[in-house]
Design a protein around this ligand. Structure first.
Ligand code: HXC
Length: 517
């Protein structure tokens, strides 16, 4: 055998070894738990045969361990690049079979390398997390490694989209890397995230809790708002990630990808003309309105069960991605509370980073009143929605479907926050407050002095409704560009977005703003 041949054979042998990560036994253990290996996951996430691995032979430094067995080719993470629907992405997947995917110095170098390449090449970075956290044997080197990743997460925010998929454990400070990224996807009943685990919590506070109830997918989807999306298993979660990437540009200088329109752009939907109930206190489904207005089946809702009074998500209008923000009147009447403010603000800022136009549907009676909300800082949180919309320079269109009272009117993409085109339906009620509240503030004496106070109160309310609770006062004063039939909404939004898609806005130069957080 020629020496060249034997060198080639050596390479093949090392390649084979590196593909085994922590070895066949640990791979079998991973499969027994119903989990895929890091490479199997990347195979599903990326277009067939598109994955190209980088640095598969990286090893933990000799002086970082006393145990030669712990030096596993690749050092517990598989990194590289590939394609999703033909578009490039950079990826890393922690390999739980190699030292529990724990992060040491060399693993950190590998992750940072693909993050840097993603930014240099203007493509999203997707991290698949399945790790025991900081590699205990590497001590400070491991903590420094995390800091290197966190710094890149922060500095690359708004430069390329960053997505984290939590496939297993993500505990301790390690959870801060996903938290700094744009989207967190979690696998139900398999992944968990927390800063301090059940045993430490029990020692410190005495509370008893298991992994799932502390930081499982459902907790982060519904309660903490940490997760953007969850799915039943790894396959569905990886498919969700592929779908999500389909709405995003590669970087902040690109436009999001256009797809051939799969729906009639000027489709009129007569159902919308009667979707608002006669009785103003009766709820209806804003989700249904969104589904009927955007391209058929294109709405990908994010954080669907956290703060359900607010709706955020990505959709397409005539094949072009848009960010949808709305209230859901059938959840807490669509009030804006602290959680809804958080949810809306972060999403508006994300869309603005990545040139995704914003379409806002408004039906809100205002900010949620209450001592608890005030004490927890609804002023600070509500202000960040104002900040986000005011700062956003992407094309912005809004549609008031029913209530737009007071502060809720202003924050939800109102005209003088810089919204390009503002529409209202004939059922819109754009006013400082609702009729009941206004009647008691303005006409207390008239009602008290009346012969029949109840009847007088009713009369005052009716007068107020006729005078103020309509879209015409706003349209007369130039606060609303057009009052439209609900059935025309899709056509009007598509036409508006076509015209304003290349708008130029020059905000004053600065290092960066200081939004209330
Ligand atoms: C080194 C680790 C490790 C770690 C797991 N392993 N975590 N090695 N450092 N942090 C190794 C195990 O020794 C084992 O090696 C293999 O990975 C699989 O682990 P198991 O415990 O057998 O798996 P499982 O039963 O599924 O339990 C998974 C686990 C548990 C719940 C994640 O391993 C665990 O609690 N690990 C420690 C978690 C932790 O406290 N991390 C530090 C968090 S603090 P063998 O050779 O047997 O296969 C932190 C700070 C970050 O991360 C700060 C950033 C600023």
């Amino acid at each position: 055998m020629s020496s060249t041949q034997s060198k080639n054979d050596d390479l093949k042998k090392f390649r084979k070894l590196s593909l085994l990560g922590g070895g066949e036994e640990r791979i079998a253990k991973q499969h027994e738990k119903g989990k895929l290996t890091a490479r199997e996951r990347l195979g599903e996430l990326l277009d067939i045969s598109s994955f190209q691995e980088l640095e598969p032979f990286v090893l933990q430094r000799n002086d970082m361990t006393d145990d030669p067995q712990s030096r596993i080719l690749g050092d517990g993470v598989v990194t590289g690049y590939g394609k999703i629907d033909g578009r490039p992405v950079f990826v890393y997947a922690q390999d739980f079979t190699a030292n529990g995917g724990s992060l040491g110095e060399m693993q950190s170098h590998k992750i940072c390398r693909v993050m840097d390449l993603a930014v240099q090449n203007g493509a999203p970075i997707i991290g698949l997390i399945d790790s025991g956290g900081a590699r205990i044997q590497e001590g400070i080197h491991s903590l420094g490694g995390y800091a290197e990743i966190f710094r890149r997460n922060a500095l690359y925010s708004g430069v390329v989209p960053q997505i984290s998929i939590i496939m297993g454990p993500c505990a301790g400070g390690a959870a801060y890397s996903p938290a700094l990224t744009d989207f967190i996807l979690m696998v139900e009943k398999q992944s968990y995230m927390f800063i301090t685990g059940p045993s430490v919590i029990k020692t410190i506070t005495g509370e008893e809790v298991d992994f799932e109830s502390l930081g499982g997918a459902q907790v982060h989807l519904a309660t903490s708002g940490v997760a953007s999306l969850t799915a039943r298993d790894e396959h569905e979660t990886l498919a969700l990630c592929r779908a999500l990437v389909g709405y995003l540009p590669g970087n902040n200088m690109d436009n999001p990808p256009s797809y051939p329109p799969a729906d009639e752009p000027f489709r009129m939907d007569a159902v919308l003309d009667t979707i608002i109930p006669e009785e103003e206190t009766q709820p209806y489904s804003m989700h249904e309105i969104i589904q009927r207005v955007v391209d058929r089946d294109s709405f990908l809702e994010l954080q669907p069960v956290f703060a359900p009074n607010a709706i955020i998500g990505l959709a397409r209008m005539n094949g072009n991605p848009v960010g949808i923000v709305a209230q859901e009147p059938s959840a807490m009447a669509g009030v804006i509370d602290i959680d809804a403010s958080d949810k809306i603000c972060r999403f508006v800022r994300f869309c603005d980073c990545f040139n995704i136009p914003l379409v806002t549907f408004v039906d809100s009676p205002g900010f949620l009143p209450g001592v608890q909300q005030e004490h927890r800082g609804i002023i600070r949180h509500g202000a960040k929605v104002l900040f986000a919309y005011s700062e956003a320079s992407v094309p912005k269109v809004s549609v008031v479907t029913r209530k737009a009272y007071g502060g809720a009117y202003i924050v939800m993409s109102s005209k003088y926050l810089g919204t390009d085109v503002t529409y209202a339906w004939p059922t819109a009620e754009i006013a400082v407050m609702g009729a009941e509240g206004a009647a008691s503030v303005l006409h207390t004496r008239r009602i008290q002095n009346a012969e029949n106070p109840d009847a007088e109160r009713e009369r005052v309310i009716q007068e107020y409704k006729e005078k103020y609770l309509n879209p015409y006062a706003a349209a007369n004063a130039g606060f609303c560009d057009e009052i439209i039939l609900p059935s025309e909404t899709r056509m009007k939004i598509i036409r508006a977005l076509e015209i304003i898609k290349d708008k130029q806005v020059q905000n004053p130069a600065r290092k960066h703003g200081n939004p209330p957080v």
